[in-house]
Design a binder for this molecule. Sequence first.
Ligand code: G3I
Ligand code: 9MR
Length: 583
Amino acid sequence: MKKQLRVILISIAVFSACGDSNSQNNNPVEAKPTSGIPAMHIEKIKLNQVGFLPSDTKIAVVPSSQATTFLLVNANDGSQVFTGQLSASQHWAPAKDEVSIADFSSVTAPGEYRIKVSGFADSNIVTINNDAFLAAHDAALKAYYFNRASSELLSKHAGIWSRPSGHADDNVLIHTSAASAQRPEGTAISAPKGWYDAGDYNKYIVNSGISVYTLLVAYEHHPEFYQNRDIGIPESTDSSPDILDEIKWNLDWMMAMQDPNDGGVYHKLTTLNFSGAVMPSQGTAQRYVVQKGTAASLNFAASLAVASRIYQAFPQFADVASEYRHAAELAWQWAQDNPNVAYVQPKDVSTGGYGDQVFLDEFSWAAAELFLLTADAQYLQQFKQLNVMPSIPGWSNSAALGYISLLNNGKTILSNDDYRQFLERYLALADNIVNLHQQSAYAVAMQNSDFVWGSNAVALNKAFVLLQAQRFTQNEKYKTAATGLLDYVLGRNPTDYSYLTGFGEKTPVDIHHRPSHADNVVAPVPGFVAGGAQSGQQDGCSYPSKLPASSYVDDWCSYSTNEVTINWNAPLVYVLAGLHTTQ
Ligand code: G3I
Ligand code: 9MR
């Protein structure tokens, strides 16, 4: 049913585009001229389909052709608003694409426009508006609510995606791999709530750590923006910001993943195998907590330390904030005593691995957060001794996160020398991204090696990194490159998809998300970022291209490009809030 609709929607998109933008051949191709009608290029003009802020850099990518100029016209009456020169054509390796850039940044008047280039179909709508990101932001944040475990979603909050509760998780068994003297195999514990990780229904601490962190700092850096944002969740009527209420849903679960007897943290709460494509309430197989580990314990320590720092400012959360602090310190201690316990997937478990063998980055991150929380100089000492350099964040790479926290919060407690050194290292990372942006034919800081499973989150995490550099230096070059990466995810990419469900003229319909697939509602749950293009094709689906930035298919079968995940949405939430508030 859903698939049929997808085919119809795609056919309409293809028809209106006068061609198939998913074509394996990424070179501009001319359709056979029919008498009297000029030849049209099959490739499309690509741009952010959600919107631009008036002060944004505004760019569209135009496939190479004879054309040298472009027009921006009013979408309603066709009147001409702006004429510009196309840049010289350049090659973009990730899609083997030859393209020019149409830069219409000087147009700042709010409105709806289209770009016209001779020989091409008119572009999708160009929206310029001060509030262009708000609906997308709220939906990207609300996606977490839609992925709540142990909760019924009422129609007054969830609309057509309302559903019964699933996974109470009040009778979770200790798996053999997690057995201890106090909690032998088969002991039942209760660990309800939390967010489903992704398109599957399991809950993984490592991936929760970075997701919670990114959302927490979205709040911390933009408190006024979040003070009165109402995203329509059950807690919206209380006095605390919705984003903190939503994050707390997951923190409540995370807290139950710590063994109170020793402070160690279980890697995941999971069924033995992935469930079928059923609704949450139909996923009734036994759930287990599996193996304690160093990565899980440190992710837990770091993110609970950040949570304690932030929630302690709210009287209603004073008690939980001190519980978070205590839990973070215990988990850190466990990791000190067990510094090298890698997650090893037990033979009878086949769900997501999130196996990480390198813990220096997690130690570094947790040390930074515990220093900021406790002001205990020993933690800073450890951070400095570890000497881990910042890099693009991801579920297995938290090296940058400690730097981000220290540079945002540490100015008054770090020595000038330390602060300067940390900033220098951080800006070296951000400047590399800016260089890539400036050299890119698409004006997008993405290269072949960035197209891994979850490539859209690589783009968004780079934008997240850049917006910090912007905060520290006020240098607009960081924001420009961040905007390019956001534009990439929202449509300025070779597939021509806005990868955010529900937002854009061409957007994923058949995401690898069990509720979206099983709910008999045609539209997918809105506000989720699809993983994005990458050429691994680990799921064996059929793809239109093998090129890194074109290997994507909007099909349930494609869990390697079309799944959604909590850690991929979080940087989108941050970036939309950051760009909106700094315009
Ligand atoms: O680390 C290597 C790197 O050295 C190499 O250059 C690169 C080349 O492709 O591969 C890197 O490993 C990749 C790894 O992610 C780290 O990025 C693997 O190929 C890739 O298969 C692996 O994908 C992970 C995937 O699970 C499969 O394990 C994704 O990062 C991860 O986001 C995804 O997570 C799943 C959960 O397990 C279950 N829930 C859904 C979630 C999203 O699909
Ligand atoms: O649905 C699963 C998805 O959440 C995971 O990211 C993915 C990789 O671990 O695996 C998916 O499950 C597939 C399983 O691995 C193989 N059989 C088909 C399943 C999807 O229908």
